[in-house]
Design a protein around this ligand. Structure first.
Ligand code: SAH
Length: 204
């Protein structure tokens, strides 16, 4: 458990519906679930100061690295939450989030653990609640089995597939403005192709 600071809170159920108030503006809120050390989140927040970013991570050991970066270089549009993603519908109100990023999510390779995978239909149902109507989930991974599973689950759950590539780094148009994650750098540098999708919520 991390001591609560103005940079990081622990499963803040009392904040549902109050995130705009927290940031003090009406800017859209984007969330990354499983942010790890936070490079992607923080680089986005620097590039897009008119968007508010919330990073969610279950392990304080990695999250701490994000907190340290923010202490060295504070950004008013970033907030970190230490929590298990399963509880997101208790921490955010209906339609409070404008976009969700999943980057290099844990694969949970055993069939009986499929529901724990962050792009599973069980998680998509949670994302649909907290996302604005037509809100998007963007997912990157080098794990082909997990990606194939994710594409199938999105279809089953009625999400619209807007972008789907099995080699992001070979796609010039999609690479324009691509912000790398820590895992993306590591796995693309050893030659693994990176898969990416962007899906749109069926909620209208
Ligand atoms: N997004 C980062 C880290 C990827 S590793 C990157 O691309 O570099 C996956 C991260 O997701 C780990 O830090 C893990 O602790 C976190 N994570 C996995 N399942 C989670 C869950 N259910 N809730 C919150 N965080 C989770």
């Amino acid at each position: 458990m991390i001591a609560e600071s103005d940079r990081c809170v622990e499963t803040p159920r009392d904040m549902a519906g109050r995130w705009r108030e927290h940031f003090g503006n009406d800017a859209p809120i984007y969330a990354e679930i499983g942010m790890g050390k936070g490079r992607f989140l923080i680089d986005n927040a620097v590039a897009f100061p008119d968007i508010n970013y919330i990073g969610i991570e279950k392990y304080s050991s990695v999250l701490l690295r994000g907190i340290q970066k923010l202490e060295a270089d504070p950004l008013p549009n970033v907030m970190l939450i230490r929590m298990e993603a399963e509880y997101i519908t208790e921490v955010f109100a209906e339609s409070e989030i404008s976009r969700i990023y999943l980057n290099f999510s844990d694969p949970w390779p055993k069939d009986r653990h499929a529901k724990r995978r962050l792009p599973s239909k069980e998680f998509l149902a949670r994302y649909e609640k907290i996302l604005v109507p037509g809100g998007r989930v963007e997912f990157k991974t080098d794990n082909r089995d997990l990606f194939d599973f994710a594409v199938e689950e999105a279809g089953l759950a009625g999400w619209e597939m807007e972008v789907c590539t099995y080699d992001l780094h070979a796609d010039e148009a999609l690479m324009a403005g691509n912000i790398m994650t820590e895992y993306e750098e590591k796995f693309s540098s050893i030659g693994n192709p990176i898969c990416k999708y962007i899906i749109r919520s069926p909620k209208r």
